[in-house]
Design a protein around this ligand. Structure first.
Ligand code: NAD
Length: 478
C-alpha cells in the first residue's frame, strides 16, 4: 500500500501550494505507508473561495438533480467497496470486514439523505386575512466547514457531507490526517459522479490551524465537528463568537444496564461484539457494564467467554476480528487506565496488557468490581476496555448510568415492560438501545445530550441544521 493523498480544491486534486506533506503510518505495523498533503493558509483561502462559488452553483441545482447525483456517488462507492476497504484497513487498522461494512453503510447514508433532499418542506400558515398567504421556505444555510476524526474515516464524513449536499450547501471537510486516503475515495466517488467544482473541498493539515481559519471566516456559515468533548467545546465557543450554526458529536462513556430479568446470553454476545468492534474506538462503545447482582457472575462469565474468542491481529487478515489502536498514545492511555483501576481494587477478568509486537495492539480487556473513583470509570477509554460493576436497585442503576457529564449512547437488557418505559424516561442519553443493538442507522437520530454534544446526524431532523427557515408573507390585491 502506498498512500499519496492530495487536497481536493475547486474540483481538482492538487498538492499543497507550499508542497508540505504529513506521513501516514499503518497502525498494525508502525511502518510509514505514505503521505497526505498538508494545507497551508494559501490552500485554505482557495478552498473558501471555491466553496463560495460552489454554493452559488449547488443551491441553484434542483433537489431532484442533487438527489440523482448523490445516488450515483453512492453506487460508485458500492462498486469500489473492496478496494476502499483495503485502504481503510491499512491506514486505520480495523478488520477488513468492518471496513467493507463501513463503506457499504456509507453508501446507504448517501441514498437516504438523497431522499431527504426531496422533502425539505416549508409550511403554509393560516393567515388572518383571506387575501394573505403566509409561508415558510427552507433554504440552505450556506457553505459548511466539517471536522472529522479517524475512527470511522468515511462514515464520519458521509453523514455531514450527505446532509449538506442534500440541503443545497457546499462543504469543506477537514479530514483525519491519520487516515486520509479512504476519505479521499469517498470524495472521488462524488467527483466521478459529476459534482460541480467547488461544491466539495477536502483538506488536511494542522487541525487547530484549519479550524482557526475556517470557523471565523465570514463565508462559512455552519460548523460540524466530531471528536473529543475537549476540542468540541473550544470549537463551539469559537463558532458562537461568530454566530455560526453548530452540530457537535462528542465523546461518550456508554452505560449498559443488565437487569436480572433480561436475556443475559444476548446481552453478553451483542455487547462483547460492540465493545471490541473497531478496537473500542467508537463514541457509542458500551463501556460501563452495570449488572444486577443475581446475574452478576453469570454475565461476567458469558461476556468474558465471548470476548475471549476475539482474534487480535493485523486487520488485513480475514480471520482478524480486532485490529490495533490508531495511535501509540492510545495504547499508553488504556494501559494507564487499567493500572489505575487495578491499584484501586478492580480485578482483571480478561486481558489487561499491551501485546508486544510491532504496531499499537492491546488485549481485549475486562475489569470487574471497578470502583467509581477509578479513572476509567470517568474518562472515556476509547479503546478495548470493558468495566463491570454490580447494582441492586433500579434507582442505583439509573444513578450510575447518569453519573457522568456524558450522555451519548446507553444500552439495556430487561424482560420487563415497565422497566423499558421507565428507562426511556430516566436514562440521560441521546440514544437508548434496549434488548438489541439498533443505533447508528441513517434513518434514526444520532446524537448526544449533555457534554456529548448537540444536534443529530441521522433521522428526519438531521438535514434541518443545514437549512434555515425563512418566512415570506404576501398579500393579494384583488
Ligand atoms: P484529539 O482530542 O486530539 O482529537 C480528536 C479529533 O479532533 C481529531 O480528529 C483531531 O484531528 C480533531 N481536532 C483536534 N484539535 C482540533 C482543533 N483545534 N480543530 C479542529 N479539529 C481538531 O483526540 P485523539 O487522540 O485523536 O482521539 C482520542 C479522543 O478523541 C477520544 O478519547 C475521544 O474522546 C475523541 N474522539 C471521539 C470520536 C467520536 O466519534 N466522537 C472520534 C475520534 C476521537
Amino acid at each position: 500500500m502506498n498512500i499519496d493523498t492530495p487536497l481536493y480544491l475547486d474540483g481538482e486534486w492538487r498538492p499543497a501550494i507550499a508542497g508540505k506533506r504529513i506521513a501516514v503510518s499503518n497502525p498494525a505495523t508502525g511502518e510509514v505507508i505514505g503521505y497526505v498533503a498538508h494545507a497551508g493558509e494559501a490552500d485554505l483561502a482557495l478552498a473558501v473561495e471555491a466553496t463560495r462559488k460552489g454554493f452559488a452553483t449547488w443551491r441553484a441545482t434542483g433537489a431532484f438533480e442533487r438527489a440523482k447525483l448523490m445516488r450515483r456517488a453512492a453506487n460508485l462507492l458500492r462498486e469500489r467497496a473492496e478496494g476502499i476497504a483495503a485502504i481503510m484497513t491499512a491506514e486505520q487498522g480495523k478488520p477488513l470486514a468492518q471496513a467493507r461494512d463501513e463503506v457499504l453503510k456509507s453508501a446507504d447514508t448517501i441514498d437516504w439523505f438523497a431522499g431527504e433532499a426531496q422533502r425539505t418542506y416549508g409550511q403554509i400558515i393560516p393567515a388572518r386575512s383571506p387575501n394573505v398567504i403566509q409561508q415558510t421556505i427552507k433554504v440552505p444555510v450556506g457553505p459548511v466547514a466539517a471536522f472529522t476524526p479517524w475512527n470511522f474515516p468515511i462514515n464520519q464524513i458521509v453523514r455531514k457531507l450527505s446532509a449538506a449536499l442534500a440541503a443545497g450547501c457546499s462543504i469543506i471537510i477537514k479530514g483525519p490526517e491519520e487516515t486520509p486516503a479512504s476519505p479521499a475515495e469517498l470524495i472521488r466517488a462524488f467527483h466521478d459522479a459529476g459534482l460541480p467544482a467547488g461544491v466539495l473541498g477536502l483538506v488536511y493539515g494542522v487541525p487547530a490551524e484549519i479550524s482557526n481559519y475556517l470557523i471565523p471566516h465570514p463565508d462559512i456559515r455552519k460548523i460540524s465537528f466530531t471528536g473529543s468533548t475537549r476540542v468540541g467545546k473550544q470549537l463551539a465557543a469559537m463558532a458562537s463568537q461568530h454566530m455560526k450554526k453548530i452540530t457537535m458529536e462528542l465523546g461518550g462513556h456508554a452505560p449498559v444496564l443488565v437487569f436480572a430479568d433480561g436475556d443475559i446470553e444476548a446481552a453478553a454476545r451483542q455487547m462483547a461484539y460492540l465493545k471490541f468492534m473497531n478496537a473500542g474506538q467508537i463514541c457509542v462503545a458500551p463501556t460501563r457494564f452495570i449488572v444486577q447482582r443475581p446475574v452478576y457472575e453469570a454475565f461476567i462469565e458469558k461476556f468474558v467467554a465471548a470476548a475471549g474468542k476475539i482474534v487480535v491481529d493485523d486487520g488485513s487478515k480475514e480471520t482478524t476480528t480486532m485490529g490495533p489502536l490508531v495511535h501509540a498514545r492510545a495504547v499508553e492511555h488504556i494501559a494507564s487506565l487499567v493500572e489505575d483501576a487495578v491499584a484501586q481494587g478492580a480485578r482483571i477478568a480478561l486481558g489487561g496488557k499491551r501485546i508486544v509486537r510491532p504496531g499499537n495492539f492491546f488485549e481485549p480487556t475486562v475489569l470487574r468490581d471497578v470502583p467509581v473513583a477509578a479513572r476509567a470509570m470517568n474518562d472515556e477509554p476509547f479503546g478495548p476496555l470493558a468495566l463491570i460493576t454490580p447494582f441492586d436497585t433500579y434507582a442505583e442503576a439509573i444513578a450510575e448510568a447518569n453519573r457522568l457529564p456524558y450522555g451519548l449512547a446507553a444500552y439495556a437488557y430487561t424482560g420487563d415492560a415497565s422497566t423499558v418505559i421507565a428507562l426511556g424516561r430516566d436514562v440521560e442519553a441521546g440514544m437508548l438501545s434496549i434488548n438489541h443493538v439498533g443505533i447508528s442507522l441513517p434513518e434514526v437520530p444520532f446524537g448526544g445530550t449533555k457534554d456529548s454534544g448537540m444536534g443529530t446526524e441521522g433521522g428526519s431532523e438531521a438535514i434541518e441544521s443545514y437549512l434555515e427557515t425563512r418566512f415570506v408573507t404576501v398579500a393579494g390585491t384583488l
